[in-house]
Design a protein around this ligand. Structure first.
Ligand SMILES: Cc1cc2nc3c(=O)[nH]c(=O)nc-3n(C[C@H](O)[C@H](O)[C@H](O)COP(=O)(O)OP(=O)(O)OC[C@H]3O[C@@H](n4cnc5c(N)ncnc54)[C@H](O)[C@@H]3O)c2cc1C
Length: 406
């Protein structure tokens, strides 16, 4: 029987492993971290994107792709975690707040959201079994009167706004469910603290050189599936795959806070479009906070992120930096989410974001507004997976496995 080695056990590697195992394939998941699902897939916002954030892609490929990934998210997860997938710790729905200096106006955004709504209506008819995290919203968005928005979010930074159907999942719950499914599956073996340093093709198979606890060994495999996210391009390069021209790694911090009582029923909110941020009310008295000007503290066009990003990406942030980040986030966000500065910071960590772009999100021409180059590339039995977003990972896993088992 063909064997499959998957490099990286984030959401992408876990979903592909589970899908292959469901087809009766033997899989080895090789993970450099001490536990699986401990990097970007855990330390992110958990938003299951309806596409609303990507209105600056004039081709509309990105918003449509996100919407499709979102509508297939729960259904795909249910292939592997079944009933548990309903308990993903869904957040309060998001308001989209149009900043006074947004480079798209509320009218322009509304026109884009309507286009997305039209696509959504079409897919609802064509695919009656698709849903959005177990919900079937009538409308993806509703423009709210300016007075209503400014009553809640103030008028210092915010111009206008929309109530939307968008939600986030609790990534720690996602970790719990997917880890349980991986460890319970007899077709999946997990190697922890094992870093793939090199891949070589030898005739019809591959040799993987692995370091683990300062020991070195090699594994042979017929298929290699690279789901290493920020560790992906080093290995792709060894296999002769061209690097994307504007490859960019950014290190982005998050702060999870305990909310003051008066904010526990507030909506989640994302400010658009530019260098802004989010508040995700996770409904358990906790909120995820992000404020891009302070959160984005690493920028690298190298083939892999610098080594000194490692600690924060594993959850270890020096207390001085953690304090600075928390107060910067709380001060900035309090201007448009009044009262948030009374929150108590609890978790501060970071994750690398892999994308393409030379300039930042406040440049309307930046490639960061395009995220439609996702999916997989195969050269023989070497497969490189471009996760893109948490939203699209389960859909990519199902498509990819279908394509290689065809
Ligand atoms: C701050 C932040 C916020 C985000 N917000 C959202 C959001 O709201 N919605 C959304 O859809 N997406 C969001 N994303 C993107 C999302 O987190 C990622 O797209 C997704 O988690 C990537 O999953 P992955 O499995 O490819 O990567 P990871 O979860 O990083 O998994 C890759 C694994 O590969 C391992 N690895 C790497 N190199 C090697 C090697 N050589 N050998 C062995 N193992 C290796 C790593 O240790 C890691 O465990 C966000 C990302 C960040 C950082």
């Amino acid at each position: 029987m063909a064997d499959y080695k998957i490099i990286g056990a984030g959401i992408q590697g876990c979903c592909i492993a589970l899908e292959l195992a469901n087809h009766g394939k033997k899989v080895t998941l090789i993970e450099r971290d001490k536990s699986i699902f401990n990097r970007a897939s855990l330390r992110n916002e958990g938003k299951i994107h309806l596409g609303l954030v990507y209105m600056n892609d004039p081709t509309f490929k990105t918003p449509y792709l996100m919407l499709k990934g979102a509508l297939l998210f729960r259904k795909s997860l249910e292939r592997w975690i079944r009933k548990d997938s309903y308990n993903l710790g869904l957040s309060e729905p998001f308001y989209y707040l149009v900043a006074k200096d947004s480079f798209l106006s509320a009218d322009e955004l509304e026109a884009g959201y309507q286009k997305l709504q039209d696509q959504f209506e079409e897919w609802k008819i064509l695919n009656p079994n698709w849903d959005y995290l177990g919900t079937r919203p009538e409308k993806l968005f509703q423009r709210k009167p300016q007075k209503h928005i400014q009553n809640i979010f103030g008028n210092e930074v915010v111009e206008d706004g929309f109530q939307t159907a968008e939600l986030a999942v609790d990534t720690s719950k996602l970790k719990e469910h997917l880890s349980k499914a991986v460890y319970a599956n007899k077709n999946i073996e997990v190697l922890h603290e094992s870093k793939v340093d090199q891949i070589e093709q030898k005739g019809d198979h591959f040799l993987l050189s692995i370091s683990s606890f300062q020991q070195y060994f090699t594994l042979k495999s017929e298929h290699v599936i690279n789901c290493a996210w920020d560790g992906k391009y080093v290995l792709d390069h060894q296999m002769g795959l061209p690097l994307p021209p504007e490859l960019l790694h950014r290190l982005k911090y998050r702060v999870i806070v305990s909310l003051p009582k008066k904010l526990t029923n507030m909506p989640s909110a994302t400010m658009v479009i530019g260098k802004f941020g989010d508040v995700v009310n996770q409904k358990n008295n906790k909120a995820y906070l992000s404020w891009y000007p302070s959160a984005c503290r690493g920028w690298s066009h190298n083939i892999a992120p610098p080594d000194d990003w490692e600690e924060a990406a594993q959850g270890n942030v020096p207390s001085q930096l953690a304090n600075n980040l928390s107060s910067e986030f709380l001060d900035a966000i309090d201007k448009w989410y009044p009262g948030i500065s009374e929150s108590k910071p609890e978790i501060i960590d970071a994750g690398p974001i892999v994308a393409y772009g030379k300039t930042d999100v406040d440049d309307s021409q930046s490639s960061l507004h395009f995220r439609s180059e996702l999916g997989f590339k195969s050269v023989g039995n070497y497969h490189s997976i471009e996760t893109g977003k948490l939203t699209t990972a389960p859909m990519i896993a199902v498509d990819f496995v279908n394509s290689i088992l065809e």
